[in-house]
Write a protein that binds this ligand. Structure first.
Ligand code: TMP
Ligand code: ASP
Length: 239
């Protein structure tokens, strides 16, 4: 299947129309941004790494009963995906405090949370993706029915259970992550976007080293090396 017109260009991906109205091509870019694109960079090969990592993780989730938009990975940077209506809520799941949770609420960086925290953020760059509560979601009509918020939360927790265990076996602590969902042509809520070191935090369980986009956000260097390490751990014997 071939790319037709560009439907949308985001910070890390381009979405292309195809000759099937229900199918898009998602192209993973090498661009890196942080702090709502105040900080910009690029790392050659980053797009391909995220495409591969996200392919592997979506396949793992599908195998365990989580429906996703991924149909097939076409090549290094491109995936064939189901076209969905994206729900404008970024679902953030946290196991360990860091990032905006520590900054906003003063929870000690690195503290293991007593329970898995699920938060909703409004997907709106102009407003800087603010944190929102369930009533805000209803007020802004981000979903048509409150039960859908519960589904988002349950799916976030299910993804967390599966990925946390998977990464623990590979000596990586899944600190937190962000996922996005969409509604497919059958009206079902399915996992969309990507899961990669751009959208997750991974800390090495032995050295404590950060192996995710915080290396770019915090100018720690070796961004690509870190992403390569995550892929290597995911592939394990397959690599
Ligand atoms: P935060 O601590 O900055 O709120 O980030 C929580 C998680 O969400 C972290 O794994 C990084 C991810 N994330 C994104 O994927 N996109 C974003 O725009 C932001 C702010 C965070
Ligand atoms: N995704 C946001 C950006 O690209 C923020 C972040 O990930 O830190 O600017």
């Amino acid at each position: 299947m071939e790319k037709r017109e560009l439907l949308y260009e985001g910070k890390a991906k381009k979405l292309w129309l195809t000759d099937d109205e229900n199918i898009l091509i998602a192209e993973f870019k090498d661009d890196l941004t942080a702090f709502n694109a105040e900080k910009k960079g690029s790392e050659q090969g980053k797009g391909a790494l995220n495409c591969k990592i996200s392919t592997e993780l979506f396949a793992l989730l599908e195998k365990n009963g989580v429906k996703t938009h991924l149909i097939e990975t076409l090549d290094d940077n491109n995936q064939l995906v189901k076209k969905v209506d994206i729900i404008a809520i970024e679902v953030v799941v946290r196991n360990t405090a860091t990032g905006s949770l520590s900054k906003r609420l003063g929870v000690e960086d690195g503290k293991v949370l007593p329970f898995t925290l699920v938060e909703f953020y409004l997907k709106d760059d102009d407003l800087n993706d603010p944190i929102i509560c369930e009533n805000h979601c209803m007020l802004l009509e981000l979903v048509d029915d409150r039960d859908k918020l519960d589904i988002l939360k349950q799916k976030g927790l299910q993804i967390n259970r599966l990925l946390k265990e998977f990464f623990e076996e590979r000596r990586l602590n899944l600190v937190d992550f962000k996922v996005e969902f969409g509604i497919d042509s059958e009206g079902e809520i399915i996992l969309s976007d990507e899961i990669s070191p751009d959208s997750c935090r991974f800390w090495d369980m032995d050295s404590g080293e950060k192996l995710d986009k915080d290396r770019f956000r915090q100018n720690l260097g070796n961004v690509k090396v870190a992403y390569e390490e995550v892929l290597k751990r995911i592939l394990g014997d397959k690599s």
